[in-house]
Design a binder for this molecule. Structure first.
Ligand code: FAD
Length: 253
């Protein structure tokens, strides 16, 4: 029996459980990241912004699990992940270089009820702030916002090192429109046509590129732990209430 569409579940959240996923496609996303499309026949659907735990088991029984945000949220479709390689990591180099279509992986989810966006939940503007692969759940939110035809203003500020590091570049560009604005920050190298600055965000640039606190946006921040903590602290300095800021930390420094 296939899982019921998420729309039939109303506000109730899909229950987390272990599932067997078959890798349907491995696509090179950037020089360091792949997009994994997984067929998970028992998957109950997920809300935009949620994640799963992925477990690998070696032939000798050794297991390693890591969390990955879910880039997809459409009910009944495949589960899409984007994994960026940490060269000295245990799991991500395997997922980026070794996984092939037809391989089976175990996934547990969907997980997370706080860092999610639900269509029609609020008319307030939404500000997304992504650092590197932290864009994955925020892309899912932007895609769900577009698919729902939600007209509440949504803005994504996305910090990458170089132009070639943008995940879901074509999809994000296609989502641009009256209700969705995308602004990129290049920290090391920008496109030749780029007229803006190159370098890390600072508090002033964050203020200039995000919805003002006076408009009471709901804010979602995702990336490495240091990125998230820095941005969240600056947002509070800029007058955003802590209760309006949702954060997801990917780890590292
Ligand atoms: C909720 C959640 C969602 C996540 N979603 C994604 C996702 O969509 N895509 C994705 O690529 N990753 C995501 N991550 C990170 C992912 O879980 C792993 O941490 C990452 O793939 C590294 O695993 P590893 O086994 O290769 O490295 P490890 O062997 O675990 O770590 C190697 C070294 O890198 C450091 N490190 C670990 N994680 C990070 C990091 N994120 N940044 C910098 N240094 C780090 C460790 O401290 C260690 O020194 C997510 C993490 C969480 C908690």
């Amino acid at each position: 029996m296939s899982a019921p569409p998420l729309t039939q579940l109303g506000r109730s959240r899909p229950q987390a459980a272990w599932h067997v996923a078959t890798v349907a496609e491995v696509r090179r996303e950037t020089s360091t990241a792949v997009r994994l499309t997984l067929d998970v026949p028992t998957w109950p659907g997920s809300e935009a912004g949620s994640h799963l735990d992925l477990r690998l088991t070696a032939p000798d029984g050794y297991q390693a699990s890591r969390s990955y945000s879910i880039a997809s949220s459409a009910p009944g479709g495949p589960v899409v992940l984007a994994v960026d390689e940490l060269p000295d990591g245990e799991v991500s180099p395997f997922l980026v270089h070794e996984v092939r279509p037809g391989d089976q992986l175990e996934v547990h989810g969907p997980l997370g009820s706080f860092f999610v966006w639900r269509p029609g939940e609020s008319d307030r503007p939404v500000q997304l702030v992504a650092g590197g692969s932290g864009v994955v759940p925020l892309y899912a939110i932007a895609a769900a916002h577009g698919a729902a035809g939600d007209t509440s203003p949504l803005r994504l500020l996305y910090s990458v090192r170089r132009p070639g590091d943008v995940l879901f570049a074509d999809e994000l560009a296609a989502l641009r429109g009256p209700a969705f604005e995308l602004e990129l920050v290049y920290t090391r190298e920008a496109p030749a046509t780029w007229a803006g600055p190159v370098g890390r965000l600072d508090k002033e640039a964050l203020a200039a590129s995000t919805v003002a606190a006076s408009a009471r946006p709901r804010v979602y921040v995702c990336g490495s732990t240091r990125f998230v903590e820095t941005i969240a602290a600056w947002l509070q300095d800029l007058g955003h209430a802590a209760a309006d800021i949702r954060t997801e930390r990917f780890g590292g420094l």
